[in-house]
Design a protein around this ligand. Sequence first.
Ligand code: ARG
Ligand code: ZN
Length: 868
Amino acid sequence: MPDVRTNPDQPAAPVHNEIRRLDYRPPDWLVPQIGLRFTLGDEHTRVQTKLLVARNPAGDQSETLRLNGDEITPAGVWIDGEVTDAWRMDGPDLLIDLPGDRHEIGIETKLNPAANTKLMGLYASNGMLCTQCEAEGFRRITFFPDRPDVLSKYRVHMEGDKALFPVLLSNGNRVASGELEGGRHWAEWEDPFPKPCYLFALVAGDLVANNDRFTTMSGREVELNIYVRDGDVPKTGHAMQALKDSMAWDERVYGREYDLDLFNIVAVSDFNMGAMENKGLNIFNTRYILADAETATDADFDNVAGVVAHEYFHNWSGNRVTCRDWFQLSLKEGFTVFRDQGFSADHGSAAVKRIEDVKMLRAAQFPEDQGPLAHPVRPDSYIEISNFYTATIYNKGAELIRMFHTVLGAEKFRAGTDLYFERHDGEAATCDDFVKALEDASGVDLSAFKVWYSQAGTPKVAARLEQDGERATLHLTQAVAPTPGQPVKQPMPIPLKTALLAADGSGEIVGERLILLDKAEDQVRIEGVNEPAILSINRGFSAPILLDVQRGAGELEQLAANDTDPFARYEAIQEMMLRVLIAGAEGKNVDPEPVVQAVRNTLQSNALDAWFKGEAILPPSEGIIGDRMMDVDPDAIHVARDALRETLGRELEQELADAQAGGAAGIDLSPNGKGARRLRSVALGLIAAGDPARGAALAKAQFDAADNMTDRQGAMTTLVSLDAPERAEALQAFYHRFKDDALVLDKWFGLQAAAQRSDGVEQVKALLEHPDFTLQNPNRFRAVVGSFGVNQWVFHRATGEGYRLMADMIITVDALNPQVAARQVPVLGRWKRFEPKRAALMRAELERILAAPKLSKDTFEQVSKSLA
Ligand code: ARG
Ligand code: ZN
């Protein structure tokens, strides 16, 4: 396989192989059963593995069993009960030659969980032991065919010190337990469902459970536990309610019932990602479990519920039906994100949820599609699979499933998912299998949509409505810009929800219909248009595209005031703002008055709810503005956005003050309560833009009066960017009140790293020196370095100091935790989109990272691809 390293003179650098989708072969050996014995200790854990291996009739009839390993060595190997030395290492892998078709393999490995800073495999966090195996962490525990299409039944025996590890958990059901001498104890767990090793989990620690029950639709009782550190149990109520709601929702909406008698969740404070769907034992980052009004914002509450739902839904979309190989990752992730989005929409404001999801797609996925790391929803190759847990796989993947849902309608879609689950239960499936099930159940040919799996890049659609008397013609074109490895693009099928609205604002002339654009260019005739009409298109964001509509004067204003689709109305207001902002950043002057008027109308509307208003009147972020421009100049964008915010703040002083003062205070988590708080803090930000001194005073008053974290954080968000005495007062008060709560302290760090300040880089440097900062905890690292990286104006300071700081952080943390380091590379990797001086500085930092000794595979892949 090729060495993808571009510079052949690089000495002594490791060769990182590229894995390709088309090289897939069925496994040579299967492992129907595995037994694991853990003798647990913080620094010394012994793992005794017994594998029942069986030659796979569908595989190559190789005598050699290859078991993957990573940073482990075998302390002993047995074949059919006899100790053997008939094994050899091939790099990290263990190879054993086997004469027969079925054997029992014994392997012993020794681990040091406390020294595992990568947080993959078995590691220690805060005195507890836990695992993360997806994607390839199991090979850091024992030798195994670490691939998702090898499914085994697990029996797990664990023993350890009872005082250190009073709770011993693994997947499935606890089948036995007992006491041992010397203050030790043991437990044995069995999971009746065969699973790939990435779904294995083990937890041992001093934990306390919030215990509850759920009765399934067939009347089975399921015990539910959320395990946390002592003292955190009062913060688990929201997660528990979300879990029960998720179980009921999956029964109601997808007909999926839970399948074990026990469902355990454990929260850990050191975790690389959000959470993990291990069978019957989900492991979560504490930030997606712990929440109460004192410490969590409304957004935190929603994220907790959304992630609990996501992991729970994986029990079917991921666990019962898993992935054949990692190229199919979106099969479980895209589908499961689509499912959790539906859950959240049904449990809150569907309109705002759609706005939030599209904002997220635009902030994280569109830049990916435009940059050097662009990849299809089903990639063709990877060096390190951890780098492919991306917004493309998750969020664009979810949009693709949403398009299937839109095209088929809810009923046929459900028939399709029913067939998918029934047909592939207990199997490792592919994205093609999923589409086939939808097609077979619905009778609809979806083959044209497969290009969404294989082709990277965001289609750009241009639309123009031509009206000639009662005849209207919609002219549509589409194009996809080249992406790495895909210079030529095919047209994609693009479902566009479309309506025609009366130009006088009196409502719809032609009601919403679905138009499918599947050619590079097309015209659609629309009949019955007997008055001047305005085009409303891609309503509800029915396709994940960039849209350019040729419009007459006043049309956007009309849509901003009257579009009957809430998303389209939001979009029209945002588009009006973007026109002013982009023109401003290009040094042109565009009258902001229509935007002021649209924001005023929105604030004064009786038909719109507060939550929608808060989202609609918030000007697009500097990053979003930059994504619409070439040769991005972050200073010009910052100046333009500040100018618009200032205008809005000044001109709408009274309306904003009313919005900031209005609505219920307190901790009511209804859409109305959340909406009032959202609007309050958005209004506060605009008021401060118009009059910083007044804004600071109001923000401090909001901070002092707050009885919930949403209002408190909203006030801080405004204060951190101001130069007023209130800023330091609030920061200090916040710190002293919450310094012992890690998740809240993350907010304190994150808010400051996200502040819009000319001394932003110095502020971030100071945060990195703060005694409470640590590189070891991913949440803390992301709070500072992650927030800084997306703080466009600050990170892209013209001197390049931001880039240098980021590269230093990437190099430093790469030695500890490659996954966390590699996640930060894309903000530098987008160098080609920036004006030439910054582009050169960014590129130089990427080259410096690439030259660093012992760079991980993770960071190597992201940096080398970014320089290609
Ligand atoms: N499958 C997990 C989820 O629910 C993500 C785990 C990814 N972990 C990793 N180390 N890449 O989204
Ligand atoms: Zn997932």
